[in-house]
Design a binder for this molecule. Structure first.
Ligand code: SF4
Length: 135
């Protein structure tokens, strides 16, 4: 049995939670310091199955910007963050890109996709080349 201190992220109040946790059985025995049920649910999830939304950016080829901001479409297991970041840093995508485009399928074997959170058009140079070829 151990006592864990957490800060609830359920709202801006940020209640300081004290959690009585059974390390052997991996179960929460009690939660205190929370002002509502969200804090209790957060403590249970954080200590038994912690997950996160990962945000980052991916390199863009032939785009008006060199990087596009991205995020995981859903929560991913916290212990997969480093594998996901490695895959994101090794990836390059070609412009144009629209918000919501899936840029990596099933990132790090999590069954979760990485999606764009910004529109990136082709660079002016690439638009010029396309126009020039069409003439
Ligand atoms: S326990 Fe409730 S009131 Fe406290 S930070 Fe979490 S969501 Fe907000």
């Amino acid at each position: 049995m151990s006592i864990k201190e957490l800060t609830c992220i359920g709202c801006p109040i940020g209640c300081a939670l004290t959690v009585d946790f059974d390390d052997n059985k991996k179960v929460v025995l009690s939660v205190s310091g929370n002002n509502c049920k969200i804090g209790e649910r957060y403590a249970h999830k954080e200590l038994t199955n912690p997950t996160r939304i990962v945000t980052s950016s991916i390199k863009v080829i032939d785009g008006e910007l060199a990087m596009v901001s991205v995020k995981t479409k859903e929560d991913i297991p916290k212990d997969k963050i480093f594998d996901i970041m490695k895959e994101i840093h090794e990836t390059k995508v070609k412009a144009p890109i629209s918000i919501g485009d899936v840029l990596i399928h099933n990132v790090a074997g999590t069954n979760v996709d990485i999606v764009a959170t910004k529109n990136i058009d082709k660079s002016e140079y690439m638009k010029f080349c396309k126009t020039y070829k069409a003439v």
